[in-house]
Write a protein that binds this ligand. Structure first.
Ligand code: NAP
Ligand code: ZN
Length: 349
């Protein structure tokens, strides 16, 4: 085992601080990655602060990892030393259940091993530690190939914010001409806008922050809808084919449901907590649907990365040093980030 530098939190109310963690030796199917960049997802904050319950400390967050391969195991044929690679939200799954066989490892029937906070499948009694660290060892099945033509720092958020927005847009078959709403211009939302635009949709940014309007248009939105403006909301009533909802907390659903057309779907990806009760009539009158989505499988994540390579899509980032993480967390909670923080891991080395 190797001891590496990391940042993590030791209790819900504590700031993140420097920690030492252990990484396993490289096994036959493992890839050892020198971490260059790691994105800061709102889920990192929810977990570090135990807002979803069940967090085990220390929590070392980080599931938007970009790095270079430094060692590969004897049974690894598809990666070599020097490759630019990514690791997202998962590092293991059973690989044999129906979900895994159908490229839906995130729904592994035996429980996927998430990049941080899951029981480590290789180090007994230890939990997994994420990308706020200098190095990680990951099974080859969970390592993604990152196109060399895109900016590697901007690519980091693709590993979670990217796939989490790409997957529902693809699953619900968003296509040219559809009117698509993206609620919340944060890390996920700004990727949702870029992808929906690249897929040919007419994109409307639905935001509580009027000052983000110009940015939304620069990211690819055709129109901006201020969700707190009743008149504006009424103007867009019953007009959307699809809505991607990235609001990170429980909220009122009815105002957004009334934006959907007949048979249209709103997909919740943000609120992993109780939503406020909503009126059944809002769904019944129009055969509307509310659904959910969790990241995406490994195959789909690779497809998304390849698409980003072809279309030159990366995240808009603010680069920070590891030591600035606590200020960054406070800013994310205040919806004050354009539009994803990415940690330059040089600062920890
Ligand atoms: P983020 O950067 O904080 O963005 C969330 C955006 O939502 C904010 O920028 C803000 O946009 C809007 N918002 C915040 N509070 C709101 C409220 N009370 N009412 C209405 N809008 C509000 O967060 P993120 O990293 O994109 O993550 C979003 C959520 O998705 C988090 O809860 C995260 O844990 C979750 N997540 C889920 C998955 C999954 O697989 N399902 C994967 C990754 C993350 P405006 O200023 O434009 O209103
Ligand atoms: Zn995430």
């Amino acid at each position: 085992m190797t001891t590496v530098k990391a940042y993590g939190s030791t209790a819900p109310e504590n700031a993140l601080e420097p920690l030492d963690i252990k990484r396993r030796d490289v096994g036959e199917t493992d890839v050892k990655i020198d971490i260059l960049y790691c994105g800061v997802c709102h889920s990192d904050i929810h977990t570090a602060r135990n807002e979803w319950g069940g967090a085990k400390y220390p929590v070392v967050p980080g599931h938007e990892i970009i790095g270079r391969v430094v060692t590969v195991g004897d049974d690894v044929a598809n990666f070599k030393v020097g490759d630019l690679v990514g690791v997202g939200c998962m590092v293991d799954s059973c690989q044999t259940c129906n979900s895994c066989k159908n490229d839906l490892e995130q729904f592994c029937e035996n429980g996927a091993t998430f990049t941080y906070g899951s029981a480590d499948q290789h180090i007994k009694g230890q939990q997994t530690y994420g990308g706020y660290s200098t190095m990680v060892v990951v099974d080859k099945e969970f390592v993604l190939r990152v196109p060399e033509n895109i900016d590697p720092a901007g690519a980091a958020p693709l590993l979670c914010a990217g796939i989490t927005t790409w997957s529902p847009l693809r699953h619900w078959n968003v296509k040219k001409g559809d009117k698509v709403g993206v609620i919340g211009l944060g890390g996920l939302g700004h990727m949702g806008v870029k992808f929906a635009h690249a897929l040919g949709a007419e994109v409307v940014m639905i935001t509580t922050s009027p000052e983000k309007g110009n940015d939304a248009k620069a990211l690819g939105a055709d129109d901006v809808l201020i969700s707190t403006d009743q008149e504006d909301m009424a103007k867009h009533a019953a007009s959307f084919d699809f809505i991607l909802n990235t609001i990170p907390v429980g909220h009122k659903m009815d105002p957004y449901i009334q934006l959907l057309k007949i048979d249209a779907t709103m997909v919740i990806v943000g609120a992993v907590e109780p939503l406020e009760p909503f009126h059944g009539g809002g769904l019944i009158m129009g055969r509307k649907r509310v659904a959910g989505s969790l990241i995406g499988g490994i195959k789909e994540t690779q497809e998304m990365l390849d698409f980003c390579g072809e279309h030159n899509i990366v995240s808009d980032i603010e680069m920070i040093n590891m030591q600035d993480i606590n200020t960054a967390y406070d800013r994310v909670v205040k919806s004050d980030v354009k539009y994803r923080f990415v940690i330059d891991m040089k600062s920890l080395k």
